[in-house]
Ligand binder design. Structure first.
Ligand code: GAR
Length: 204
């Protein structure tokens, strides 16, 4: 059965595009039921429009609490009846007011290895640390989001990305994003076709 994905994205949406392309060419047996963004100007929404996928902007209202926003967001996402909710460059921490509606169904992508560099600008921070001689590599991870921890939760997949001596932030970012596109699509394919593959704890 084709699995329904709702993708939450705040920005450029290159990972969203990788998902859309994989669905289109059959590499991922899923459909993107909707793309939701907290930013009206997110390129991710334009990508959704171009692919004829419902694109919904859910902006935070003046004075609205995080909990109220998350409840409103959950209502929108629930309306698309997802099997999986994919955070692909979603740059807001979600509270249990959202997560409680989707237990074990929310998947996050982060451009760093587990336990490293949570939050924003992880690639730039990794590159800065490499310049200072404190690291020689970084990576990407895909994990489940089970609570309000930032870029933390049961790990589904990781991939290492070396930081080369002549890397600029841009060349490193390009390699990290390239790796993300592959790892995210591969992980979603496994979730959609064989979720019991993840028996080491993540989905047990
Ligand atoms: C990706 O690198 C993703 O891992 C990161 O935002 C970028 C979105 O790129 N997410 C986080 O940093 C979450 N903490 P995209 O909009 O081109 O897909």
């Amino acid at each position: 059965m084709t699995r329904r994905l709702v993708v939450l994205a705040s920005g450029t949406g290159s990972n969203l595009q990788a998902i859309i392309d994989a669905c289109t060419d059959g590499a991922l047996p899923a459909e993107v039921a909707a793309v939701v963004s907290d930013r009206a100007d997110a390129l991710a929404l334009r990508r959704a429009h171009l692919a004829c996928i419902p694109a919904v902007h859910v902006g935070r209202r003046d004075g609205e609490s995080r909990a109220d926003y998350d409840a409103r967001l959950a209502e929108v996402v629930t309306g698309f009846d997802p099997h999986w909710v994919v955070l692909a460059g979603w740059m807001r921490v979600l509270t249990m007011n959202f997560l409680g509606w989707f237990p074990g169904m929310v998947v996050n992508l982060h451009p760093a290895l587990p336990g490293e560099l949570p939050g924003v600008h992880a690639i730039e921070r990794a590159w800065n640390e490499a310049q200072a001689g404190h690291r020689t590599g970084t990576g990407v991870m895909v994990h489940l989001v089970s609570d309000e921890g930032v870029d933390d939760g049961p790990v589904l997949a990781t991939a290492a990305v070396p930081i080369l001596a002549d890397d600029t932030v841009d060349t490193l970012a390009e390699r990290v994003h390239h790796t993300e596109h592959r790892v995210l699509v591969d992980t979603l394919r496994t979730l959609c076709t064989d979720p019991h593959h993840f028996t080491h704890g993540a989905l047990a």
